[in-house]
Design a binder for this molecule. Structure first.
Ligand SMILES: NC(=O)c1ccc[n+]([C@@H]2O[C@H](COP(=O)([O-])OP(=O)(O)OC[C@H]3O[C@@H](n4cnc5c(N)ncnc54)[C@H](OP(=O)(O)O)[C@@H]3O)[C@@H](O)[C@H]2O)c1
Length: 222
């Protein structure tokens, strides 16, 4: 990364983890959320925003997608609207985002992509707590692994961060406090636990890392 010039685009960075990532490079980051007028569930909204972005900046060096609503309901207790919403929020927005931005990175033959899943979804086991959320995140992981293969020849890397319980002002604190006993390291994570991993993935040191799921969960056993 050229610290002076390269731009970072964060889709879903208005609060929480995304906002903390944006704060690492305040002068070189653009944040898109619905509150800034960009709905990542709508491809035309993303395309219009990217056209505006390109008028001011060259292709971003890094793309971070940080959206994903959460819901603790069992499979048999999930109504269709909730099911659709969880997949739209967690998977469709990521699909539309990479389809909008990554082709330009491929053309430039450089770039880093980071998507967010959730701890445990890449393991071969069920997760009782929020199954349809985790199902959407598992699909996102598989999309990311395949995308990493598609764009590797262009020098673009794609990795997934899988957080466990990460505290911030808007996070699901009731659920986090209920589960903290299942964290071997004995605490809920904070946004810095995640942002330092982002800093690494966007550094020169990570140029040979792609197609990976990097879990930040204190060893969570849930
Ligand atoms: N926090 C945790 O403990 C935890 C644990 C596991 C995984 N994760 C994952 O890590 C990522 C970040 O989590 P977080 O807790 O920081 O998320 P968050 O607090 O829910 O923030 C999500 C951000 O995305 C934006 N957003 C939501 N829908 C959007 C849309 N359709 N188009 C554009 N922007 C949209 C929101 O702003 P607007 O409302 O203005 O659009 C907000 O700024 C997510 O993928 C989440 O699933 C988090």
């Amino acid at each position: 990364m050229n610290e002076a010039a390269d731009h970072i685009l964060i889709v879903g960075g208005g609060q929480g983890i995304g906002a903390a990532i944006a704060a690492l490079w305040p002068d070189r980051t653009t944040v898109w959320t619905r509150r800034t007028g960009v709905d990542a569930a709508d491809p035309s909204s993303l395309q219009a925003a990217f056209a505006r972005f390109r008028q001011q900046h060259r292709t971003p060096w890094a793309l971070v997608h940080c959206i994903g609503d959460f819901c603790e309901r069992p499979v048999l207790g999930t109504d269709l609207a909730t099911f659709r919403h969880l997949f739209t929020s967690n998977l469709d927005t990521a699909f539309h985002t990479v389809q909008t931005v990554v082709p330009a990175m491929v053309t430039e033959k450089r770039g880093r992509v980071i998507l967010f899943a959730a701890a445990g979804v890449d393991k071969d086991r069920g997760l009782r707590r929020a199954p349809m959320y985790f199902a959407a995140k598992a699909a996102l992981v598989q999309m990311a692994r395949s995308l990493a293969l598609e764009v590797a020849a262009a020098g673009v890397t794609v990795n997934v961060i899988a957080p466990g319980l990460i505290h911030h002002a808007e996070s699901h604190q009731q659920s986090q406090q209920r589960l903290v006993a299942k964290v071997p390291l004995g605490r809920v994570g904070n946004v810095a636990d995640v942002t330092e991993l982002v800093r690494y993935l966007l550094s020169d040191a990570a140029s040979y890392v792609t197609g990976q799921v990097l879990t930040v969960d204190g060893g969570l056993q849930a």
